[in-house]
Design a protein around this ligand. Sequence first.
Ligand SMILES: NC(=O)c1ccc[n+]([C@@H]2O[C@H](COP(=O)([O-])OP(=O)(O)OC[C@H]3O[C@@H](n4cnc5c(N)ncnc54)[C@H](O)[C@@H]3O)[C@@H](O)[C@H]2O)c1
Length: 253
Amino acid sequence: MAASDQRSVAIVTGGARGIGRACAKALAGAGFDIALVDLLRPELDRTAGEIRELGREVMTFEADVSSFVDAQDIARKVVAQFGQIDVLVNNAGRSMPKGILEISEEEFDRTLAINLKSCFNYIRAVAPVMLEQGGGRIISMSSLNAHSGGVTAAVSRFAYASAKAGIIGMTKALAKELGPSILVNAVCPGVIETELGNTLTRERGAALAEAGISLRRMGKPEDVAQTVLFLANSKPCFITGQALIVDGFQYHI
Ligand SMILES: NC(=O)c1ccc[n+]([C@@H]2O[C@H](COP(=O)([O-])OP(=O)(O)OC[C@H]3O[C@@H](n4cnc5c(N)ncnc54)[C@H](O)[C@@H]3O)[C@@H](O)[C@H]2O)c1
């Protein structure tokens, strides 16, 4: 998609740090101009600086992905500035390490809003633009938790797993609805060394890697970013409606 004489544009939510930052930098390295959406202003500015150093243009939006109105507004501003939206990476997410007997209704709703409704918000905002342009790619960050139900007492539990499983259903349905011009996929990382993954990393990451990951290490943000880049940029591409697990084959889950 990205070609030297032709602009390509990607929106990355939760792009200020962690996996989102790695995705944004990988896409920028492949020639994409980037719009970053995140809550964290200092981290947004740092990542934006890194993208500019790669020679690409960047817009930053300090916004909460659970806001439908903000998503519409951001998509409009990106089109006004960059003229198009070729790729959407729905990456923003947050864990909720509470069990069914501890969680409040508000906490459940908020977890679904940040991890699942956010994907609806941004797909609803960019799909008309992509259809008008004649195509695009949408990649949403699910999790291995969607398949496994999560690691007991670790960073995330059933509310997060519910949201991440919802992303897979949304992905498959929208791959049908938005095809053939828009390819819609999900990525399901295993244990990745980031802020969000830190609790698990500190507590039992090394032991888990030794005992239950075929590649004998935890993942890095760049491992996920290369998968996202492939789904965003490979040409031709005959992959849509998939939830691709990126976990070094974690077999004790
Ligand atoms: N780290 C892992 O082990 C792991 C595993 C599976 C899936 N994931 C998923 O990958 C994605 C990125 O996770 P990460 O590990 O890089 O986490 P992270 O906490 O390092 O980064 C998440 C980013 O999303 C932003 N964000 C959170 N809530 C937001 C909101 N409401 N509005 C806007 N931005 C918001 C944060 O500010 C942060 O910059 C998440 O969707 C996460 O669920 C992570």
